[in-house]
Design a protein. Structure first.
Length: 340
């Protein structure tokens, strides 16, 4: 189907656009009272993710209520470990928890190959319903976690600051680490391809915990798998967001992806110098800026747009929008970009 607003896709491919497209990481959920209303009508986050009609509904909310140039399917990166055999729970006000984790090579026996239609059919159905209901208004973004970030959760069982247990594994049992990374990579490729077949117009790979690895370890334990994913997804543009990865940005620039996401700690000018005109850059306003006043949001958003130079840029925050940010400030951010 022909998209009415294809700014995101044209920007990703490096084509000229009338203006810079904008969307926000974590735009679905969290900040919108309309999301919380849907969430409270169900037993919890997981039921929402696993009920395709309701997941589609909250996916479209930011398009209607905030005016973003893309929707991102409402799901979570943790559906992949679950599909592989390690279920997650979402504990209210605490976060994700895995009752069982991978502690030894023996634990790999618990994992199995992922068949997207069988294990993740609810995500694919949500994508199909969303596409139908969007009716071509804006593109739909599919996503998955990067192998390193998914390994972090499968080893630790919950979010941590330093991911020391996961990093310890890289030194203590390289064979286990690599076997697990391989399995996650295979699952991620078939999953992303199934999302595209269901209707995703672009896919983003979130390497949220990239920043805890040195350049050396990232190149050893993350890059080979990121490369495999980028090389495998040829159907739609691919965005790689490696948060905290400024110290190996030169390496990320070699990936076969259309767009690289930037967090707020890397200067747009430096990123542009490294990638030249070969890639689109996405980002990177510090999300905390949206705690500022209306005028401060306008000023800093304009400054960001100026620094990216208006070509091959997709405007976004440098990470997900924080849950307690006033949706009015988000609207100001979006409006400033649309009017620039
Ligand atoms: O816009 C959107 O909200 C789309 C849906 C979305 C996405 C893209 C959710 C819903 N999660 C994600 C990705 C995700 N999940 C990432 C990568 C992006 C990032 O770095 O922010 C990560 C690391 C997770 C893991 C996760 N799931 C966390 C982080 C915990 C930690 O380790 O610090 C949390 C809190 C969740 C639960 C979750 N996922 C999504 C929502 C809206 C929530 C909160 C549940 C709720 O209160 O409704």
């Amino acid at each position: 189907m022909q998209l009415k607003n294809d700014l995101l896709l044209r920007a990703a491919r490096g084509e000229k656009t009338e203006r810079t497209p904008v969307w926000l990481m974590r735009q679905a959920g969290r900040i919108l009272p309309e999301y919380r209303a849907v969430r409270e009508s169900l037993s919890g986050f997981k039921e929402l993710v696993e009920t395709p009609e309701r997941a589609a509904e909250v996916t479209i909310q930011p398009v209607d209520l905030l005016g973003v140039d893309a929707a991102i399917i409402f799901s979570d990166i943790l559906v992949i470990p679950e599909a592989m055999g390690l279920p997650y729970e979402l504990v209210e006000k605490v976060g994700p928890r895995f009752p069982e984790v991978i502690n030894s090579r023996n634990d790999l026996n618990r994992l199995h190959l992922v068949e997207p239609e069988e294990h993740l059919g609810y995500v694919l159905d949500a994508i199909k319903i969303t596409k139908k209901e969007l009716d071509g208004r804006v593109p739909l973004i599919g996503f998955a976690g990067a192998p390193w970030t998914i390994l972090c959760y499968m080893i630790e069982g919950k979010g941590t600051k330093a991911w020391a247990k996961a990093r310890r594994l890289l030194w203590e049992d390289e064979v286990l680490a690599r076997t697990l990374l391989e399995q996650i990579t295979e699952a991620t490729i078939v999953y992303l391809k199934a999302q595209v077949a269901a209707g995703a117009d672009l896919v983003q790979v979130f390497d949220s915990w990239a920043g805890v690895l040195s350049k050396e370890l990232y190149n050893k334990f993350a890059m080979p798998y990121m490369k495999r994913i980028c090389d495998a997804i040829t159907e739609v543009p691919v965005t790689v967001f490696a948060k905290g990865g400024g110290h190996f940005f030169e390496d990320l620039a070699t990936l076969n992806c259309e767009t690289l996401g930037l967090d707020w700690n890397i200067a747009p000018e430096r990123a542009r110098e490294i990638v030249g005109d070969t890639k689109t850059l996405q980002g990177n306003l510090d999300p905390s800026t949206l705690y500022g006043t209306h005028d401060q949001v306008i000023e800093h958003t304009k400054e960001m747009l100026r620094r990216f130079g208006g070509h091959r840029h997709i405007a976004n925050l440098g990470h997900g929008v924080y849950p307690d940010i006033d949706p009015e400030r988000v609207r100001t951010f979006i409006q400033t970009i649309k009017e620039y």
